[in-house]
Write a protein that binds this ligand. Structure first.
Ligand SMILES: *Cc1c(COP(=O)(O)O)cnc(C)c1O
Length: 384
């Protein structure tokens, strides 16, 4: 009788927990008995750990979305400001400037890296300047699927126009560019600790990294209602954006595994690459960058080929994801703002095409080579 193989998970939720279960129980129980649920010592311990890892200041916050909001509030971004960001990303990247009254200007992405296309970025900045309705204020680069965007290029463009650079690294904590951690390549970098991210907690959580001590102090104030030195002195309009102590305790346990997990993710990506390179388009990693491999994403030729690969995976009970099925400028909530952002916005053709072509395969540090083999066999069968 043949044995049914154990199911392959898109993201790991169990293997990691089994490794640190005793420490998780100990740390969480400690927070519960200490009673310091808000801003307990675990929060500053985690911030110190994140700062040591990234080489810059770290401020814990309530989610990746709130991290983006606090970072933009600190710059005073709002009405009349243009915030340039990729059309091919998670909704939160565009939602936050809209919440603050600013206007997202969607930029197309590169078909090979899936990250922001800098020629298109420059073209759209020039169009915004020519129209004169909005002020170019910020560039939000996204390190999609774990791969750092071209931060040297983004910084150079931002410097020409005096713009703020914000790295939405929600999918990419652990990645490096020129051997240096994210956090060091932009004015501010936001992280998400949503459970399926490279470093995830057991609920919502996030952090903001910045080389600037002044910005870090501002973020600490903004996450606690804009408070000043004294607890009941309100200096600026802020929000409730704190990271809770139990989540910080959980993240501290997970940080013990993080370096090894990053190595294991790279190993898994290597196994995929060996079997799939030349057969289907893979996200191209420049030799200056190391991806954190938040997701492993392939690009099929068209929607029909992708449907065949998906059917093949389904037949073998293998999970997959589609990030993202719709570009942001086609989202009902953003279409009106997009239409008003430029009187004649150039098409976002690559972002639109990728939504029909990409799919993400199982990726986590606890995948075994035999499991990757099974996924690849199904992918190759679907490709025909
Ligand atoms: C997950 C994610 C976010 C939001 O993070 P939350 O912690 O869920 O608020 C923002 N941007 C990108 C690119 C993401 O993938």
């Amino acid at each position: 009788m043949t044995q049914t193989p154990k199911p392959i998970a898109l993201f790991d939720m169990q293997a990691q927990q089994a490794l640190i279960r005793a420490e998780l129980d100990r740390r969480v129980a400690h927070v519960i008995s200490s009673g310091r649920f808000i801003n307990g010592p675990e929060v500053s311990e985690l911030e110190a750990r994140l700062a040591a890892f990234s080489g810059v200041h770290a401020v814990g916050v309530s989610s990746g979305t709130d991290a983006l909001q606090i970072a933009m509030m600190a710059e005073g971004i709002g009405r009349g400001d243009a915030v340039f960001l990729p059309a091919f990303t998670y909704t939160a990247t565009a939602e936050v400037p809209l919440v603050l009254g600013a206007t997202p200007v969607f930029v197309d992405v590169d078909p090979d890296s899936f990250n922001m296309d800098l020629a298109d970025l420059e073209r759209r900045i020039a169009l915004v300047l020519a129209e004169g309705k909005l002020k170019p204020r910020a560039i939000v680069g996204v390190d999609l699927f774990g791969l750092p965007a071209d931060w040297d290029g983004i910084r150079a463009i931002a410097a020409k126009h005096g713009m703020f650079t914000l790295d939405d690294a929600a999918q990419a904590f652990g990645a490096t560019l020129h051997g240096k951690s994210l956090g060091q390549h932009s004015d501010a970098t936001t992280l998400s600790f949503y459970p399926t991210k490279t470093l995830g907690c057991y609920g919502d959580g996030g952090a903001i990294l910045t080389p600037s001590e002044d910005r870090a102090a501002l973020y600490r104030s903004l996450r606690t209602h804009g408070e000043g030195g004294g607890r009941y002195e309100v200096l600026r309009i802020g929000m409730n954006g704190r990271l809770d102590t139990i989540q910080a305790a959980i993240l501290l346990c997970k940080m013990d595994l993080f370096d090894q997990e990053l190595k294991d993710r790279a190993k898994v990506a290597g196994w995929y690459g060996q079997r799939l390179a030349g057969k289907v388009a893979l996200q191209r990693v420049p030799n200056t960058a190391q991806s954190a491999w938040g997701l492993y994403t392939i690009r099929c030729r068209d929607a029909a080929e992708r449907a065949r690969v998906q059917d093949s995976l389904k037949a073998d009970g293998i999970p997959f994801g589609v990030y993202y099925p719709k570009p942001l400028h086609h989202q009902p909530a953003y279409a009106a703002s997009h239409a008003a952002s430029l009187s004649a916005a150039p098409p976002l053709a690559v972002s639109e095409a990728l939504c029909h072509q990409v799919m993400s395969l199982p990726m986590h540090p606890y995948l075994e080579e035999g499991e990757v083999e099974r996924v690849c066999t199904a992918v190759l069968r679907g490709l025909g």
